[in-house]
Design a protein around this ligand. Structure first.
Ligand code: GYE
Length: 354
């Protein structure tokens, strides 16, 4: 089964959004669709156009053949990533969709190769979790020429032509960074030295989580980032970088801001090995809200984790199927996140799904 890729005009250029939210920490994501009225009208117009463009005669072909979807995943660097992979794999299985899975082991070049292989295999759609933001235009142009729609999940890309992808489903990483900083500013009463463990260089969540955090810090002159380095979103690298920070700064450090839980958990180990008490002597704040973070909060070692929901399988395949059926597509779907800390971790830990 193949289908056209018809996104242009308002759909490609506007910033229409839809919000996916967690009703509670435990429940599945719920879709709230509140498109702006004028966008909605243009979306309808585009949909009408699309039915003419994509399917001659204006009728989508019936699903006589199993849908084949290629999924280019970044790797398995974190518990978040593993949960996302599992969500997409299991949702494909549940819907009877054949999934061609490719693990890029953190390398953009491997993802580009995977996209080219998906074109050669004539897949019906591609789900892409792009490791970094830039460098996608040439390959996305090839995919577009092959009339294969692309659903971006979890991280965004920077392209001059937004019609190169159909839709992006991801959290608001800038907001997550803001949440982390606001929580920390309150906890430290606006005063203290922070060390920052950044995510993978060039990755949307690393760029945006830093941006959001720093935007709040501007309002708190007593809070300073004294060291900042990438820990590549992994526990091992987070530990290694934290060890180096502790060696040079030691007692000077009042808090750690880690762009994900895995790096925070590595940092916690480093703090303990250096003879300090994580969560007490050094405040630790991170992002994701994975099970391991909840355990660390309950144990009093992690102070706060801002949620980033990785269970994107249902939304990703809803998008694939909507495109297939020629339905209007919102350019951006934001997954709404919550804040967890030691005050609510204990009561919520049993209900966590990842
Ligand atoms: O926070 C981190 C991961 O792209 C949102 O990537 C994702 C991030 C997530 O490895 O744990």
């Amino acid at each position: 089964m193949r289908f056209g890729f018809a996104f242009g005009g308002h759909l490609a250029k506007g910033k229409p959004i839809c919000v996916l939210t967690n009703r509670t920490a435990s429940s599945n994501i719920t879709k709230i669709m509140k498109p702006h009225r004028s966008y909605f009208l243009s979306a309808l117009a585009a949909a009408a156009l699309c039915s003419g463009f994509c399917f001659p005669g204006g009728v989508a072909p019936a699903a006589e053949k199993k849908l084949v979807v290629g999924f280019s995943q970044i790797g398995a660097e974190s518990a978040w990533r593993t949960a996302e992979t599992e969500s997409i794999r299991s949702e494909a299985g549940r819907r009877g969709i054949e999934l061609k899975f490719s693990d890029a082991q953190q390398k953009q070049e491997n993802q580009i190769k995977a996209l080219r292989a998906f074109i050669a295999q004539k897949v019906d759609a591609i789900i892409l979790a792009p490791v970094v933001e830039t460098g996608w235009e040439p390959v996305l142009r090839e995919v577009k020429r092959a009339k294969i729609p692309v659903v971006l999940v979890d991280r965004g890309v920077t392209v001059s032509d937004e019609s190169l992808y159909a839709t992006l489903i991801a959290s608001d990483f800038v907001q997550e960074g803001r949440f982390a900083a606001q929580w920390l500013a309150k906890k430290l009463k606006g005063k203290g030295n922070i060390v920052e463990l950044q995510g993978t260089p060039g990755a949307a969540p690393a760029i945006d989580r830093k941006k959001g955090f720093e935007a709040v810090l501007v309002k708190h002159p007593g809070l300073k980032i004294i060291k900042s380095q990438s820990g590549d979103f992994t526990r091992a690298k987070g530990k290694e970088v934290m060890e180096a920070f502790l060696k040079t700064e030691g007692k000077n450090i009042q808090a750690v801001y880690a762009h994900n839980d895995d790096m925070a958990l590595g940092a916690i180990q480093a703090i303990e090995e250096a003879g300090f008490k994580p969560g007490t002597n050094i405040v630790v704040v991170s992002i994701d809200g994975v099970k391991g973070a909840f355990e660390a909060m309950v144990a009093g070692k992690l102070n706060c984790s801002v949620e980033c929901n990785p269970l994107l399988g249902p939304a990703a395949f809803d998008a694939v199927e909507s495109i297939r059926n020629g339905k209007p597509m919102l350019k951006r779907t934001i997954v709404r996140d919550q804040i967890f800390d030691q005050s609510n971790a204990k009561e919520l830990i049993a209900s966590r799904k990842y």
